[in-house]
Design a protein around this ligand. Structure first.
Ligand code: SF4
Length: 261
């Protein structure tokens, strides 16, 4: 693996062990490692070093995808934290392209949290209908906007604790807003692409977004948390497409334990 790909250098005397293990399906359980037939690396060493190995894989993946997607950023169009919060709520079960077609009119009509909080529910529903689940999304937008007015003077707060208290705002939405509108790395956004690809790469064996996020936060350096999810999302759209991944043209295939090449 190219040394330039590494951002997390392992401790010097561990490097040979770690580098031999990169690309192998390292488990935290040494008995599982033995069953998997991992060669050339002592199972107890692997138990100790499994995190280094996965960290090295994660930093290699991050470095390669950073070069492939140098302009990686949030695919939702927005100019203010409020606009990004609205767009992210609308993006549930909907494509970013569809949301970006819907939001210009919405942002022009509702220029503040107060204006959105005062919206007519039926009118708002018709304005966001094309994004799907419009009844629940309208309810979330109205509740969120009212809470911003009541608790935060109409401004979007910039802490995880405050954001997740808002109606319709979970940890994923809060991470999107904090990472992109406030440039604060408080977590890793785990959407369907991130969930699927981090599993294929064996960066995690968890299946729930909260646990996957916790694993990724431990493997990726904090300044890269927001970018790392952008990289995996872009990789999932371009190369690691669900049901037909293009492993033959994948730039991280040698770091992927699910590669077909
Ligand atoms: S090698 Fe294949 S499965 Fe692995 S990340 Fe690349 S495209 Fe996806």
């Amino acid at each position: 693996m190219d040394r330039a790909d590494h951002e997390l250098e392992p401790v010097e005397d561990r490097r040979p062990i770690v580098e031999r293990a990169v690309g192998q399906d390292v488990r935290l359980d040494p008995f599982e490692n033995a069953k998997s037939g991992i060669r050339g690396v002592d199972a107890v060493d692997l138990l100790v070093l499994a995190r280094d190995v996965r960290g090295l894989q994660a930093s290699g993946i991050s470095g390669r995808l950073a070069r492939e997607f140098p302009d990686a950023k949030c695919a939702l169009d927005y100019e203010t934290p409020l606009q990004l919060l609205v767009a992210t709520i609308l993006s549930a079960q909907c494509t970013d392209v569809r949301v970006n077609l819907t939001t210009p009119g919405l942002f022009a009509t509702y220029r503040s949290a107060g204006a959105l909080a005062a919206a007519n529910p039926a009118t708002l529903e018709s304005e966001i209908r094309s994004t799907g689940f419009y009844h629940n999304k309208a309810k979330s937008l109205l509740g969120m906007a009212a809470a911003l007015v009541e608790r935060h003077g109409g401004n979007v707060p910039d802490t995880m604790d405050e954001l997740v208290q808002l109606p319709g705002v979970g940890r994923k939405t809060a991470n999107v807003v904090l990472g992109n509108a406030f440039a604060k790395n408080e977590g890793v956004v785990v959407d369907t692409h991130v969930q699927r690809i981090s599993g294929l790469l064996r960066l995690t064996r968890q299946t729930t977004p909260e646990k996957i996020e916790r694993d990724l936060m431990a493997l990726v350096t904090r300044p890269k948390w927001t970018l790392f999810s952008h990289y995996l999302i872009l990789h999932g759209r371009k190369t690691c497409i669900a049901r037909r991944p293009k492993c033959e043209s994948c730039r991280i295939s040698d770091l992927c334990l699910s590669s077909r090449v």
